[in-house]
Design a protein around this ligand. Structure first.
Ligand code: FES
Length: 228
């Protein structure tokens, strides 16, 4: 079980089977690997199982995958335990992962975490009573350039502060899908304040310089420089 979550009581389902549709997808994934190397499909199959099972992977699903890939159960448990993207216990409909690594922390991840806690009335590692939200803290999610940021299910929300974080939560509570990406309107990861179509200041400056700079005088001919 991941240390990201607080211990909670829940029932492990006794069995797990891929749906007919997902079984076909699983077979296609396995077929991508050379004969004898099917175990390499363990990660995409865990992801598939998690998506089928409301965003968490029961032990029965890991056993099912181990059988499909002809590998020891423990090896599948090890993979699922190592990567934080696999949830080994039930989570809320919206899993909020707040990045707390240095760039996000310097840019206000504490404020973002507090906003989540205040709005949801839960602590880090907990799930709301209505099972709509789970809040966890994670390490760098690779979007430091737009820090601070959170991941909610498959989407990134960036350039957050307490106000915008609260708005994202409120929208999700109302069933509205908030716009992912920068919450300040930043264009991708362009510098703050950059406006699409605006001429870069550096070019304007160099143009002025060209106009005002006097032409250099032609250098005098050197005597005796001609050959022959
Ligand atoms: S430090 Fe937060 S995304 Fe990298």
């Amino acid at each position: 079980m991941s240390g990201m979550f607080k211990e909670m009581k829940f029932k492990q389902p006794k069995s797990f089977e891929f749906t007919k549709e997902n079984l076909e997808i699983a077979k296609k994934i396995i077929a991508k690997y050379p004969k004898g190397k099917q175990q390499s499909a363990v990660m995409p199959l865990l992801d598939l199982a998690q998506r089928q099972n409301e965003n968490w992977i029961p032990t029965a699903a890991m056993d099912c995958i181990a059988n499909m890939l002809e590998m020891p159960f423990i090896k599948v448990y090890e993979v699922a335990s190592f990567y934080t993207m696999y949830n080994k216990q039930p989570v809320g409909k919206h899993l909020i992962q707040v990045c707390r690594t240095t760039p996000c922390w310097l840019r206000g991840s504490d404020e973002v975490t507090s906003a989540c806690k205040n709005r949801l009335g839960i602590d880090v590692g907990e799930t709301t009573d209505d099972k709509k939200f789970t809040l966890v803290e994670v390490e760098c999610l690779g979007a430091c350039v737009n820090a601070p940021m959170v991941q909610i299910n498959d989407d990134y929300y960036e350039d957050l502060n307490a106000e915008s974080m609260t708005k994202v939560i409120d929208d999700l509570s109302r069933g509205i899908q908030p716009k992912s990406g920068s919450q300040t309107g930043r264009q991708a990861s362009a510098p703050t304040g950059w406006v699409r179509g605006a001429k870069p200041a550096i070019k304007a400056e160099s143009k002025t310089k060209t106009k005002t700079t006097a032409k250099p005088k032609a250098s005098p001919k050197k005597s005796g420089s001609k050959k022959g």
